[in-house]
Design a protein around this ligand. Sequence first.
Ligand code: MG
Length: 375
Amino acid sequence: MREIVILGSTGSIGVQALEIVAAHPTKFKVVGLSAGSRNIDLLMEQAHRFHVPIVATTGDASAYRGKGIEIIDGENSSTTLAALTCDIVLNGITGSIGLGPTLAAVAAGNIVALANKESLVAGGDLVMAYGREKIIPVDSEHSALFQCLLAGRMNDVRKVVLTASGGPFRDRSDLSSVTVKDALNHPTWSMGSVVTINSATLVNKGLEIIEAHHLFDLPYSKIDAVIHPQSYIHSMVEFKDGSTLAQASPPNMKGPIAYALAYPDRISEATEPIDWLRKHSWTFEPIDTERFPAIELARRCGELGGGTTAIFNAANEVAVDAFLKEKIAFTEIVETVEKVVQKLGASAPARLRDLTDVSAIEKDARTLASELLGV
Ligand code: MG
């Protein structure tokens, strides 16, 4: 029986994780759940359904007190919960607010099943200082790389190749007129709204390149990305002998979530397998970096390192929020990120000492992005 804490339990990753737990009640026991302020009713319902003794929320849970479930509240409630002794903490929080909880979990000696890629983008050096074995990736591309890398030695890797669906605008030439509804209509993956917008701008792939750099300690020159519209191959590792290993499954987050929670075991029927007897066409094409400048920008930030990737992410979070509220145009998202990086990148610390450093840089980036966008 594996005891798990789920951070962000009411989001897309958290809900799917609980479905996996419900299907395998003898394998997993949920010992803690956390959610933000918007979904307290659902959080408490999940806690009752799964007999969870303790929950954390940033919202007002006073109506639920004294009913047999311990409640931690306040701004740092997820961070407190993440340090609870357990077998694995699944971090399904969206955004760099997930960094504090990730750091608290690894500092407490917990293994983290990491869906919160922003933890590594904003504070990768801080997180990975606790040891590579502490983090099991949940992001589908990185889960694929993690699985493929089990077949060889790290110093035999020539490069890794992340696949990208290309999002809904892969073939659209004019991106200035894109609406929120267009951008939320992802062709292959069903995900939360922020990661769906990030997939449409390809910022998501930029974040994932940075994530791969930290997770696998690879230089950026060894991390490529390619468009694979069918989203069946989740990423590949090319070894020095010219052999490439790929991990494939239908696009469904249940596979990588179940893999991370059960690792090194595999869960029966975590996801539907590929029907190999059906006719398939899987295609690959290069990314159009002119229409999607986010990839090169992310790579540049990654090369600069230190606080620059935290700036990239924080500016993007502000711009995406403004786009989702229909205050700015789609193309303004990456334009703004670029401007904020240009202005603040040079003054970012070359080395992050702690979470306080990250928070300070992010605050500057958020303020400047808001100013530039007038939001
Ligand atoms: Mg991904």
